[in-house]
Structures are given as structure tokens and as C-alpha cells.
Design a protein around this ligand. Sequence first.
Ligand code: FAD
Ligand code: NAP
Ligand code: SF4
Length: 672
Amino acid sequence: MNYPNLFAPLDLGHVILPNRILMGSMHTGLEDKAGDYDKLAAYFAERARGGVSLMVTGGISPSIEGWLKPFGGRLTMPWHKPRHRKLTGAVHAEGGRICMQILHAGRYGYHPLSVAPSRIRSPITPFTPRALSARGVERTIGDFVRCARLAQDAGYDGVEVMGSEGYLINEFIAARTNRRNDAWGGDAARRMRFPVEIVRRTREAVGRDFIIIYRLSMLDLVNGGQDWNEIATLARAIEAAGASIINTGIGWHEARVPTIVTSVPRAGFAWVTQKLKGEVTIPLVATNRINMPDVAERILADGEADMVSMARPLLADPAWANKAKAGRSERINTCIACNQACLDHVFQNKRASCLVNPRACHETELKVEPASVRKRIAVVGAGPAGMACAATLGERGHAVTLIDQASEIGGQFNYAKQIPGKEEFHETLRYFRHRLADTCVDVRLGQVADAASLRAGGHDEVVIATGITPRHVSFPGSDDPRVLGYLDVLARHQPVGARVAIIGAGGIGFDVAEFLVEHAPSPTTDVARWTREWGVDMQLRQRSGLQPPQPEAPARQVWLLQRSEGRPGARLNKTTGWVHRATLKAKQVTMLGKVGYERFDDQGLHITVDGEPQILPVEHVVVCAGQEPNRRLADELMAAGMKVHVIGGADVAAELDAKRAIDQGTRLASAI
Ligand code: FAD
Ligand code: NAP
Ligand code: SF4
């Protein structure tokens, strides 16, 4: 049997779960409007079909005060139940199980009605919460209980009580946010009464045959959080109050330690869950950066936890569990933890999706169905756009030839995968290698496609996915061999000196800076090294799990430059940009805006900063100044009258990323 621990059943008393895979809660943006619940039902049904044993919905508020944002999803009235029945009905029809997460946002609520144990604003929201009165606390506990009862009526198999990540319950538990002196604050015992009463009264209301998962903050990662004894005491009290499962919560949203981004080592926090083993007898769930079956199996085999939770990995591949069970792990479309289409979308109030799987949360709209007319189609360029397009065309039954001049598929992903903390990009390339083979795409590598060969090829249609050309910059000395392009560094591996200036502070400039300052192997491969660098106390002797960070000395001295005013990196992605900025700061990278490039010579790079001249004593300059579309071939073919489609960077290079490239390739292929 493949992954025997992962596929061992789990007996919860009234129900036996078929395996140890929990799909963790993930806000998709479809929870908030009744009209979106058919889409949400299709999303969950596809994942239930994929073999996961238990799923948890995105957070649903038990009251208006508890909203994450105005008019966010809530379950407070009997007439809210029918929309939820769509989800439970669809999941049960596929043989799956689903719990609803009850999430009271507390002071993270992005609206003026938010409440909290004390009147303390969070650093990440503009609204100061109202402090709950003692009656208000009782009423809020009642809201949780009513919400759980309504969820039970709506057909859910259970609820998850969200007690971590810095939301209301966590705010009660931590002295950081609970300054009360009544029965609900003052010392640790009174601060934890709130969650214990919620679980106790919920269990009383729903009876024995209903799952209650409690999401316990096991590592707050903010000052004024809990110490380990308090966490273990709370866990025991939560078990005694009637919880069926304890899930792990790592880090408040305002914490300055990354917890889920791609540079966090795989299973980088499973050791925290393990620490709780033996304190309680109910199953414990490990979370965060678990994305492949071998990692999940190791956690269970080593006894670190009884279940594993994955949210984003099941967005990326709904059939994750079935593939693992069938011994087809190499076919899993692995979550690369980029956050680009999931969390970043949610923070922008957009519907979530997935960079590597654009169908996620669009199951009813983006369909891949057999083609009515089978065509011969050439796709030029095997970068993300071309790979996604060719594989989807192949899946639909077209005869597809995918041509790339390089010796391997992947385009720019072959450079991205070398960046420390972006090792997961290897997985996307592995996935596409298998998918292209499975869909019978004829992959021709090491071939430069030109207009003549394509015209002679007998193709009905041609898709041009030839990507981009790096933008050149010109100033006196820019033709010196010591002025490199990013491809000289990442593709041709030219040696780079001890002091380097990078021209351009976009996504690639930041990545190249990280490549130049980190020592190999990447810290992402070593949990102990990574936690030391970020200041996480693996002994859990310090309150909140925090200790002073101990960054390693940089491998090189780097200056990161941009012409525009303001903070470099301000336009990086919402949920990950701060990690890149903090990483480079820890590596003492000098980031400068309002820079003019004057000349390069033996003294170094001569620049002006806000008009003031400076010489950076660098041995090399690396240019990362953006990209231009590479569409000459498309223009030639169009001029010759061929039916041509242009996607990815070849279409528009400005603000191109792999999310757009894969989405555009998939959508085009689903429509040809
Ligand atoms: P490309 O990936 O550029 O692929 C084009 C392909 O066409 C190439 O393989 C090329 O060899 C081939 N080709 C061109 N002309 C011909 C021809 N005439 N005949 C045959 N083959 C031809 N994006 C993200 O979303 N997230 C990230 O974290 C991220 N990190 C990055 C890090 C780095 C260091 C780099 C360089 C890029 C990163 N990107 C990231 C950007 C992302 O890789 C690109 O947006 C994406 O690769 C664009 O896809 P594409 O298919 O349009 O083009
Ligand atoms: P970019 O994000 O557009 O950044 C280009 C940088 O070069 C900017 O800092 C720009 O700033 C500077 N620049 C532009 N023209 C210049 C010129 N003529 N002379 C000097 N400097 C110039 O592009 P990129 O870094 O090449 O990245 C390419 C794409 O890949 C981006 O769209 C990005 O989103 C994507 N990518 C994404 C990630 C990710 O993690 N999501 C990572 C890497 C790449 P000034 O104009 O102010 O100088
Ligand atoms: Fe994972 Fe990125 Fe997809 Fe989110 S968008 S599920 S982080 S691969």
C-alpha cells in the first residue's frame, strides 16, 4: 500500500475517516454571496471526489460583529441554511465529509462594527474594535453555539472553531490583546475561559455525533502571546470540553515571521504539533507547508501528528489524495506556496484561484471538454503559457506539437527554480513533464521554430508562447563584460564578484538579490537553520515562540536600485512582498530609489541618488530592468495569413507573471 500511515483510517467514535488528509480552511471569496454557493458546491464536490477524508469551509461568521469584512459570509439565521445545504449535499453525494469553520474575526474585522476583548486596534486593520461587555461575551458565546447548531441542521459533519491566527478567540487568550479584569481576563486561566466555554456549550448543543475541531494557536509568534505551559493547559481543557480533533494554528496574521510562503521549509512547523503529543488523547493535526505525500507520510510515520491539513495543495490539485493513494504522486500538481492567486486575491477582494490550476474556484466556468473538431496545433514555446496551453489542448483531443529551442521545458521557470526559497518550481516542471506525456503532446526540444517551418508543418492553428526578451539598458560602460544580464547569472552561471549592484528592483531584481546573498544550500531545505534566521525558538522556552533572529552573514554585498521614488519592493505581491523585503534587509542589502545610472568603470557604478552623485564600489552590475515581448514570429505568421494566437509574455510582457501565463494558456486551449 502506498503511504500506509496517510491512508490509515481514523476512528473518531461516531465516524471513521478513511484517511488522514484534512483539507484545511481557505477563504475563497465565494462564501460571501448566496449566489456563489453553486460554484462553491462544485469546488468542494470536486475535492471530495479527489479522495480527501474531511474538508473545512472558509470562515463563516457567527454574527455581524464577527464579519471578516462587510457582508462577509455568516450563518446566523435559519434562512441562511439552504445555501449551506448546497455544499453539504454536493459533498455527501461524492461520499465526502465537510465541516464548517466558525470564524469570528474580532479586531481583524475590516469594518467599523468589530469587537474584541479590549479596545486595542490591530496593526493590520484601520478600525479600532469595541471592547465586549461581560454580557457581550456571553452573547458571543451564544452566537458560536447557535451557529454550530445551524451548521448541524444544514447537514455539516461538524464545525471547526477558529481559535488561532489572532482572531477573536486568540485575542481573548493572549495578554497582548486581553487587558480585562473580569471573569474573562486577568490571568491565563480566565483568559482561556472564552474558548473552553464555546467548545463546552457547543458540544452540549450538538450532541456526541458531530465533529468539533478546535484550531489551537500553538505558536503565536507575536509579543504578548502564550507560553507553552499555557498552550498545553488550554489543549487539555479543550479536549475535556468536548472537542473531537485539535488542529494547529501557527502565527497571528500580524506576526513578522513567515509561516506559509514558499521560502518556509516544507512541514517547517510540524515539530510544534509534535510537542503537544501526549498532552491530549484526541487526534492532532499538523499544518503549514505540507504539500506532497512523502512529507505528509513522514509526519505521520514519525508520530508528529495524527492527521495532516492541506488547504492550498488541494486548491492546486483536487485529486491529490487519489493520486497519492494510487501511487501516482508524480502526477500531483504541487502547490508552490506562491500565494499569488489564492491569498493575494482574497486580500484584494477577488475570488481565489490557483496559479498552477486556474480551474480552482472556477470549476463551473472553466471546463476542459473534448473538442468537437480535432485540429493539428503547434504551440511554440514551452514556458508556463505554452505548457499549460499544449497540455490542455492535448487533453481535449487535439494533435499538439510543442516546440522549444531550449533543451528542457519550462521557460523562465528554469531560472525561477534556482532562487533560494523557490525550489517548489521544480515540482511544476515535473508535473508538466508528466501531463504533457499523458496528453500525448509531441514535445520537440532544441528546435528553433521559424515562420517557414511552421507554414510547412501543416498545422491548422499556431499558438505563439515565445515569452520575452530581457530589456537592455544603456549608459556609458554598459557594454563592459562586467555588466551582466540576469540570464548571464541564472542561465549561463557567470561568476559574480563580492560586491554587486542590481539595476531594477522588480520581482526579478529581488530574486537575483536573494540568489546572490544566500549561501548554498538554500535555508529552505533546513528547518533548524531557517527558524534560527527568523527568530523562532524551537525549544519553545520563550513566550510566543520568539527569540532574537540570527541571520547569517550575506554571501555578497549587494545594492538594489530603482529609478523611481519610494521604497523598492513596494509593488511586490501583497502577502509575500514583505518577506522578500525582510530577507534582503536581514542580509544588509542596500535598497535605493530615485537612482540615476551615470556610468560603469573600474571604480564601480557611478550613480546619482536624488541628484547626489555616489560611486558604488562594485565588481559587477546585474541588469534586471524588465522585459519586452518576443513576438516577431507571431507577426511574421500573421502577415503570412496563418491562424495565430499569442499568449503569455509574447502577448503582453508588462506585469507578466506565471499566473497570467498559465491562465491565458489554459483558457485559450479550452476554447479552441
Ligand atoms: P517564458 O517562460 O519566457 O517561455 C517562453 C519559451 O519560448 C522559452 O522556453 C523559449 O525558449 C521559447 N522560445 C522563444 N522563442 C522560440 C522559438 N522561436 N522557437 C522555439 N522556442 C522559442 N512568475 C511568477 O508568477 N511568480 C514567480 O515567483 C516568478 N519568479 C520568477 C523568477 C525569475 C528569476 C524569473 C526569471 C521569472 C519569474 N517569474 C515568476 C516570471 C515567470 O516565469 C514568467 O512570467 C513566465 O515564465 C512567462 O511565461 P511564458 O510562457 O509567457 O514565457
Ligand atoms: P518589473 O517587475 O517590471 O521590474 C523591472 C524593474 O526594472 C523595475 O524596478 C524598474 O524600476 C526597472 N526598470 C524598468 N525599465 C528600466 C530601464 N529602462 N532602465 C533601468 N531600470 C529600468 O520586471 P522584472 O523584475 O523583470 O520581472 C518580470 C516579471 O516577472 C514581472 O512582471 C514580475 O511580476 C514577474 N516576477 C514575479 C515574481 C513574483 O514573485 N511574483 C518574481 C519574479 C518575477 P524603475 O523604472 O523605477 O527603475
Ligand atoms: Fe498554492 Fe500558489 Fe496555487 Fe495558492 S496560487 S494554491 S499558493 S500554487
